[in-house]
Ligand binder design. Sequence first.
Ligand code: MEV
Length: 438
Amino acid sequence: MSNAVSGFSKLSKEEKINWIAQQYFSQPEVAVATLKQYWNSDTQLQQLHDEFIENTISNFYLPLGIAPNFLINDRYYSVPMVIEESSVVAAAAKSAKFWSTRGGFKATVINTEKIGQVHFLFSGEADKLQAFFRSVKPALLNATESITKNMQKRGGGIVSLTLRDKTADLPQYYQLHVTFETKDSMGANFINSCLEQLAKTLREEAQKYAEFSEAEKDITVVMSILSNFVPNCLVRAEVSCPVEDLAEKKIENPQLFAEKFIQAVRIAEIEPYRAVTHNKGIMNGVDAVVLATGNDFRAVEAGVHAYASKNGTYSSLSHAKIENGIFSFWMEIPLALGTVGGLTSLHPMVKMALEILGKPSAQELMQIVAVTGLAQNFAALRSLTTTGIQEGHMKMHLNNILNQYQATPEERKAITTHFQNHTVSHASVVELIENLRK
Ligand code: MEV
């Protein structure tokens, strides 16, 4: 049982580590050494990472891998991916290579609207509030001028500001519903600053509004926050080729392959249990690039899954068809991403990832991320509908097991050779290691 602690954030990094080590480990000195082993010897670099969050005690490594040969809108990209799941980068690379000889991926940004809302309560007549809103709208927008000035120079800013009456769903509940263009930044700070200013001015103007009674003047702002549901910040990724061009070593009958593939997509379109896993496979690709480029993967996850339920039932994000002998596979997903601001210029690995991608604009990054998601989905469905997913997974997993057992180079060689024509399972690998060590 551990003890509660007060003032933890005020302790030095050493003190925090010591407290954790004493509380949770039977050998505190080993725990301290392990945590410190992951510190960077460059103290400046370490400090940079320490300061990203509160109460940092060490670094937590995730691999940064590259999936090369992504041909997107006729340009080749090497896509940086940060992910722990062993088969994801290999699958992306395989898919990229496959489609690079079949015309590559096409990607289009459909729109880039971001959304924020001021949620407030008003107890008076709705018509009066509407009249008040019309009269103060210019003042509300004026009040945000100092915040939006720089964004406006870059071609962004507040695009629309409307009052929404939500009282049919919740008594007294109204919103200022605001749409934004944030160009190359994800825009979370910008949007939230604008919203808080709008909320403040809304309250101040209400106090001064002569038509309001004393009770009506007292608008209650509940909260002001951006929405991670961005159904109008959409990107489309697609691939297509004549069905017969799908043929390759493991796809002997391309027509049958395409039909089964489409059936798998249809199942994900109508069956939520399958759709969640299907979309999870898409997010394997999406999140890995979102993370590598320093973007907010929780925001992306929340927004994408909400979008997957936009018709009232959770469904597949991707779709496929054969028409006039042409196989097409595509998806549209909402992605609020940035290539400036946030971690993008702070985290050295994020900077590198963006350089590897050729310093993309936010729109270009939306295309790359969506394509990686589609590629991942293609790889998963291709395996699932042909060899099954475990073949590739277990090959990669084999390496993890060998690492776990600290296999020597000789053991690795013997075991890898053995599993070239045997099915990998955790138990069978362990058994072979143990036999070799007898
Ligand atoms: C595993 O991380 C992802 C898959 O389950 C996706 C899918 O089933 O489509 C393979």
